[in-house]
Ligand binder design. Structure first.
Ligand code: PMV
Length: 313
């Protein structure tokens, strides 16, 4: 029997803009998804047969990466699904890490690349931001040129993303989940339509790119006030490109009085906001009072991990 686990992620700055060649910053959070895997006479996930709809990521990974026999897989997760917190990326990293361990050894860069392949093939469209963040387990910068603290690069077609480690002190965020799923590809298409039609949308995306560069400096300096202001500005720009909703806005307004700043995280149209705060309990209570599901999350220090559990080889 072996266990593999990976953290949730939140995009701090640059969602959507990353699709247009801008950098993005993602942070790993200390909510985890873990799987236990053992060889078995038939393949199962959580005691049932593997199905096309419910187990798309596991199925793709087993069919395309795993070379051995049937496996029994049990999953456990603190990460709410479809919340914008990267639950599918954490699952992809965990299943790939398990397969790597069964094949001999865990290799983080290769795990990040293969987990991206799984997510990309199942979703049709994805950047490696979520999978690389979950694999690394600390803040990352994704950009289109190699910079300081380069970790690995991920290619697809003619695109190549470079993933970098960011040194940052461990900050506390409160996530406010609307309870409504965020459907990434719908929001990506919506922004793409606006981008094609409007010069204003192009300028808005450019401004998001500038926020990422300022956000990187503020994150490295541990400047909470600066980060909060940039989060608020990034949120306004995400509203302009059309991915805010009344529920997300309500949770932002609930979080703001006790936070440095807050914003939509991920694709939007549902999903979650994140708030940077020194008063997480108060912020969480305010979010809950306005109908959101709060999670207090600290920056994670742990990326994907995989190990054999006692007894087995
Ligand atoms: O909501 P999420 O976690 O799937 O994040 C999407 C981020 C986008 O920039 C909108 C898409 C992407 O693949 O980078």
């Amino acid at each position: 029997m072996l266990e593999a686990s990976s953290p949730a992620k939140a995009i701090l700055f640059g969602e959507h803009a990353v699709i247009y060649g801008k950098p993005a910053i993602a942070i790993a959070l200390d909510l985890r998804m873990s799987i236990r895997v053992r060889e078995s006479s038939s393949t199962s996930v959580d005691g049932g047969y593997i199905t096309m709809n419910r187990h798309r990521y596991v199925r793709w990974a087993l069919e395309n990466i795993w070379k051995g026999g049937p496996l029994e897989i049990k999953t456990r997760s603190d990460i709410p699904s479809a919340s914008g917190l990267g639950s599918s990326a954490a699952l992809c990293c965990s299943i790939v890490a398990a397969i790597q361990i069964m094949g001999g050894s865990f290799q983080r860069a290769e795990c990040a690349r293969q987990a991206f392949e799984v997510e990309y093939n199942v979703q049709g469209k994805a950047s490696p931001t979520d999978t690389s963040c979950s694999a690394h387990g600390r803040p990352i910068l994704v950009s289109f040129k190699e910079e300081e603290n380069h970790l690995w690069s991920v290619s697809k077609g003619d695109r190549c993303w470079h993933v970098h480690h960011i040194d940052s002190e461990p900050l506390t965020l409160v996530v406010g989940f609307t309870g409504r799923p965020s459907v990434t590809h719908l929001q990506v298409e919506k922004v793409a339509g606006f981008y094609r039609r409007s010069g204003f949308a192009v300028e808005t995306i450019d401004e998001m790119g500038d926020i990422v560069i300022d956000g990187l400096k503020a994150l490295k300096a541990g400047d909470r006030v600066g980060l909060g202001e940039l989060m608020n500005r990034n949120h306004s720009l995400l509203t302009i490109v059309g991915v805010n909703t009344p529920e997300l806005q309500k949770l932002k307004e609930a979080a703001d009085p006790t936070s440095y700043g807050s914003k939509i995280t991920g694709a939007g149209g549902g999903g979650s906001i994140i708030a940077l705060t020194d008063r997480p309990e108060k912020t969480a209570a305010n979010i809950e009072r306005r109908g959101g599901r709060p999670f207090i999350a600290r920056f994670s220090e742990r990326g994907t991990e995989a190990r054999w559990l006692g007894g087995d080889p």
